[in-house]
Design a protein around this ligand. Sequence first.
Ligand SMILES: *Cc1c(COP(=O)(O)O)cnc(C)c1O
Length: 425
Amino acid sequence: MNFQFSEEFALQADAKDPLKELREEFVFPQHGGREALYFTGNSLGLQAKKARQYLNEELDDWATFGVEGHTESRRPWLHYHEFFTEKLAKIVGGKPEEVVAMNGLTTNLHLMMASFYRPAGKRTKILCEGKAFPSDQYALRSQLRFHGFDESHLIELAPDPETELITDERVLAAIEEHKDELALVMLGGMNYYTGQFFDMKTITQKGREAGIMVGWDLAHAAGNVPLQLHDWGVDFAAWCGYKYLNSGPGGVSGVFVHERHLGQTDIPRFEGWWGHDKATRFKMPDDFIPIPTAEAWQLSNAPVFAMTPLLASLELFEKAGMERLRQKSIGLTAYLEFVVAEVKKSTGADLKILTPKDPEKRGAQLSIIVPGVGRKVFDAISKEGVIADWREPDVIRMAPVPMYNNYEDVYRFGKILEQSLKNLN
Ligand SMILES: *Cc1c(COP(=O)(O)O)cnc(C)c1O
């Protein structure tokens, strides 16, 4: 597409968008009597309009049936998590039996590491990205301590000081270098800070060839880019529901466990009754018989109200399909990149983009740096109704989300950014 930084171009691009109707399915925060320019779907996705209806239905069913709602309500609570499985499996490229919706992300990372971080002999270490999301760092370090290891067992790949990125080659070389001492490789598939998308397939293959477990935190990847977790051979993955998947604040996370690990009784695992064989669950036997799917990792019965909004969103993912969303996303993010470059030209401002230029190496998000005056610019655009995300020391993270953002949003953001930069001078 030949981009232009004009309203006319943006409106035309939107008119041609096959997914344009999806925007109408979401509720936007308001600013000055119109929709705010919402670019933080990478942090908290918007509310699908159907979420309210579905939540009300659950409240009604609870009122009507009480405990019998477990079996009698329109979406019986006994099986509630099952309503999410196929839809999530499509989004992450897993088989339905490999996927389950449960808990929060960090909880799930711990549950996964309980099973798949199995230090033994010389293989005791974990490879992760330097400057990982704080919760992941805490989870990794506390897992090490839990097994009696100190932090020297965590190999953190420092980002390149120039680009702040960690190249795939760097990760592969680190696996090669440490292959005899690694028990686990666990990385964020899409870096939350830079928006870099790792070559998950190649990294997974490399780790597995060396006999190392490979797990991924997909907080910023699930619902953002197409994934093929099964085909890539990923051992496990977990993601949160409230970013690109629009589950609402603190909404339920998802987990992938490769089929090669399913149906095993001798796997180390923290167990609960919701992971036990469905046929005998209510007979309350002493021995745990794992469900032969990823559901074996469930501990508790499903938190229905925390899951319902996700259902409304997943129906839209099913309608749109990850491939079409990705197609639109590549265009929309390239347009944002173009608009930032145009604003740089017209204002002479020092604007930089941290995120890789190659569309294959990124998703929706761009991380923009305005050296020295970043915070001022961020405050100025916020006043004009741009909802973006500030990360210390100087990064503005923005994600035009293909599910509900459009070219006009990006154009209007560009005009506001341009004016804000001019006002600084
Ligand atoms: C958002 C995010 C989290 C958040 O963890 P919760 O357990 O959902 O609070 C963790 N890790 C990464 C990489 C994230 O982007």
